[in-house]
Design a protein around this ligand. Sequence first.
Ligand SMILES: [Zn+2]
Length: 395
Amino acid sequence: MLDHDHRAIGNRLDLFHQQEEAPGMVFWHPRGFALYRVIEDAIRRRMAAAGFKEIRTPQLLDRSLWEASGHWEKFGQAMFTLEDGKRGYALKPMSCPGHVQVFAQRVRSFRELPLRYCEFGACHRNEPSGALQGLVRTRAFVQDDAHIFCAEGDVVGEVARFCGLLKSVYADFGFHDVAVGFSTRPAVRAGGEEAWDRAEAMLEQAARAAGISPRLQPGEGAFYGPKLEFILADGAGREWQCGTIQLDLVLPERLGARYVDESGQFARPVMLHQAVLGSIERFIAMLLEHHRGQLPVWLAPDQVVVASIGAEQAGYAQEVAAALSARGVRAALDVGAERLGRKIVDAREAGIPFFAAVGAREAELRTLALRTRDGGQRTMGIVEAAQAVLAASTP
Ligand SMILES: [Zn+2]
């Protein structure tokens, strides 16, 4: 395994592991889950600012709902199903049908549109075992799934907003080069040809209005609608779909979503499916490979390691780490017996951006020597050090 492979990096940084008893699934370790949470929190903030309300929908839904949505017939091979002796169920492979249930619980007015829901949806898909690959192709993953219920006239604006949001979020993570694909009707699909003609035309026009010229990916759309795919390359140059926005005229119809329009008539909303990151697991794989494990300060699971120079400073090092943590810095501790040079190398290999050394002089003056990734070093007080790390922690 190449050392820029996210599995090797994840092992070196002690982020996660996978094992035979949970094929295609992930055991997140404390540092890996710290990274996971930082990403989730960042997306949660961005989605709230973009007008989305966060919801949560069930993991397991009755077979009848998947039959109504078309998943049972068109997506069934990828779904985990189970029986309790009386009824059949499927684990959700995506959150869409659940979001339609929330929308359709009340009579909606055109005044409520666009109505935007988001969910960190834990999804399961029964991918063939031969296709499984680290974090990039898993059987269990969390998607930053979101759905917009809107009128046709809102589509151009919503797609443009999404493209702007995605570009800005990806730049925060260090991705400035994102390929875009336009995926059209697949062989196995739901909905009539007329609906597909309209959906593809609308999405293409919206992409153009957003200033995007995607490459055409014939037959790669979702079974319910065409999609724009935002694609990142891994460390070996292979491309993976991450973000997506999809235009759907099929599920609202099949699941009975409707609203009262300006003239008092019932109308079908357009459903836009969107995910900025896509699978968070896959996105973390892209991040680790892109940065070779040296994550930006705001993402690093440990932002600073406090290292004692001699055994006598172990207590003071502990105190410094606690004081930094109390100020919101993710601080680790290294009070082992190794020499300082070894500790610096260990911290670098663990991807920790700041290194705080404390020796006899620092313990006496209640300071620390703070070293950055580029090798710069300065002695300062604890509060100043916390400020320096936090100042470097904005995306
Ligand atoms: Zn969806």
